[in-house]
Design a protein around this ligand. Structure first.
Ligand SMILES: O=P(O)(O)OC[C@H]1O[C@H](O)[C@H](O)[C@@H](O)[C@@H]1O
Length: 279
């Protein structure tokens, strides 16, 4: 599977139609959105990095038994509706309906009429949005996440702010907690925060702060697999786990989105690059 690369005012973006996937975003030569060198880019296989669109379930779903992980949208053949570059701004729009996923593994678990659209806009910042409409006569619900892989200099030196005081479920420890102070990393981290506000990723190695804003998303998922889990994944290269962290705009579990017939919901996230905030 090949992607397409476009120039922005300050760098490049690469996209793949499978999964409506922003696979990489660089400013100059430095990635902001990270993708693994070991990613396979095979039809029907998730790409390891970029901004996977997880829908209509997250992980194995609320019942814990659905495949593929993170829903069929991540591996589906989205239809490209628009692709343009104007004044250094790259814009893409994809659509997905039941007809598009007739042959996609997992679609049988979601027998509902829907129209989903993903819009990606990249200039000096990047915005990704997922809009889902219920085209059925009955209400239904879904989980979703924009699973953003951020490139960082060294996870062991990164600090996250914006989550202080929020509740989370720790998927590694299988327990609930409350975030005390800033979040720093010293081992496998996989948490679903009940947090709607912006998160700042302070990176002293790249001397920058990435600001992640979001809308229509009740949860923020933070993930780094650390040494052992990364080693067990064929699409992570040795030495890659320290240079990424996922900060995901999500609505999952008890915060799944319920849509009435004809209603739509948009989940979106924006990544901005700022000088390092040392506070
Ligand atoms: O390996 P994947 O299916 O891409 O999932 C990668 C990760 O995604 C999310 O961050 C989940 O919270 C993690 O539990 C999961 O390990």
């Amino acid at each position: 599977m090949t992607g397409r690369t476009h120039d922005t005012a300050t760098g490049t973006v690469t996209v793949h139609d499978q999964g409506a996937h922003l696979t990489e975003w660089r400013v100059g030569e430095v990635p902001v959105i990270w993708v693994s060198q070991a990613s396979e880019y095979a039809v029907g296989t998730p790409i390891r990095g970029g901004v996977p669109v997880c829908w209509p379930w997250f992980g194995p779903g609320r019942g814990g038994d659905l495949t593929p992980a993170h829903g069929f949208a991540r591996i589906a053949p989205w239809r490209l509706l628009e692709e343009s570059t104007e004044d250094g701004t790259v814009r893409l729009l994809w659509e997905l309906t039941p007809a598009d996923v007739a042959a996609t593994d997992g679609a049988q678990h979601f027998p509902h009429a829907f129209t989903a659209r993903v819009e990606v806009t990249v200039s000096e910042s990047a915005t990704i949005s997922l809009t889902v409409r219920n085209d059925d006569t009955e209400p239904w619900d879904f989980e979703a996440a924009l699973h953003t892989y951020l490139h960082v200099g060294d996870i062991r030196r990164v600090r996250l702010t914006g989550l202080e005081g929020t509740r989370y479920f720790d998927k590694v420890l299988q327990s609930e907690g409350s975030q005390e102070g800033q979040l720093s990393f010293s081992g496998e981290t996989d948490r679903v925060y009940r947090a709607e506000g912006a998160v700042q990723v302070h990176d002293p190695v790249f001397d920058r702060t990435l600001v992640i804003e979001k809308a229509g998303s009740a949860n923020t998922v933070v993930w780094n697999p650390w040494v052992d889990k990364a080693a067990a994944m064929s699409d992570f290269q040795d030495g890659e786990w320290p240079v990424m962290v996922c900060v995901e705009a999500a609505s999952v579990g008890d915060d799944a989105v319920r849509l009435e017939p004809g209603a739509e919901h948009t989940l979106s996230t924006t990544v901005q690059i700022r000088p390092l905030d040392q506070s």
